[in-house]
Design a protein around this ligand. Sequence first.
Ligand code: AMP
Length: 113
Amino acid sequence: MMVLRMSERTVFHRIRDREIPADIVYEDESILAFRDIRPKAATHLLFIPKRFVASVADVTAATAHLPGLLVLAAQKFAKERGIAGYKLVFHVGKDGGQEVMYLHLHFLSGQEL
Ligand code: AMP
């Protein structure tokens, strides 16, 4: 198991571990979702796996299921809320606009799309 030094833990580790507050909207055994603190759409959520992976660029055969689980959780959330259309985005790496190095799926819906 990968062991992270405290200094390497991201804000999403701290949300996952309930060390800092977040507006959590969805949780299952593998996934957590919460509202983005700087929303870019009427509904802007972030879905993260509870198991840490830094980025899509770091996904391996052992963790390739995690992006799929994020999509399934987003799909379930949308169905439960009656959200018919939405945008799902992965930023990959600093050059791809990724600021928080903890794998996350942006879920955006609303008129601003
Ligand atoms: P990315 O650019 O893909 O790494 O997106 C990171 C997102 O995390 C940004 O949209 C931020 O607004 C959001 N964010 C950063 N800190 C927090 C926080 N404490 N709670 C909720 N969202 C956050």
